[in-house]
Design a protein around this ligand. Structure first.
Ligand SMILES: [Zn+2]
Length: 68
């Protein structure tokens, strides 16, 4: 996966709704924020993994549009 300054993780839930978690670089940290519920953390490592985990646990959104 290419690490850009700003990126996002998109997943669909079983109702076909799209959920987006944005990952933004802030120094050595990355700010991870969910568009759907406003959840937000800062993570130094594996922000995309935390984003995917949040989407799966909180929104049951596990379908990767890119992999469909
Ligand atoms: Zn959320």
């Amino acid at each position: 996966m290419v690490q850009l300054n700003a990126s996002k993780v998109t997943r669909w839930d079983q109702h076909g709704r799209e959920h987006v978690v944005r990952v933004r670089r802030a120094g050595v940290q990355r700010i991870v924020r969910c568009d759907t519920c406003g959840w937000r953390i800062s993570a130094q490592f594996l922000p995309w993994l935390k984003a995917e985990e949040h989407l799966a646990v909180e929104h049951q959104a596990t379908v990767d549009p890119a992999g469909a």
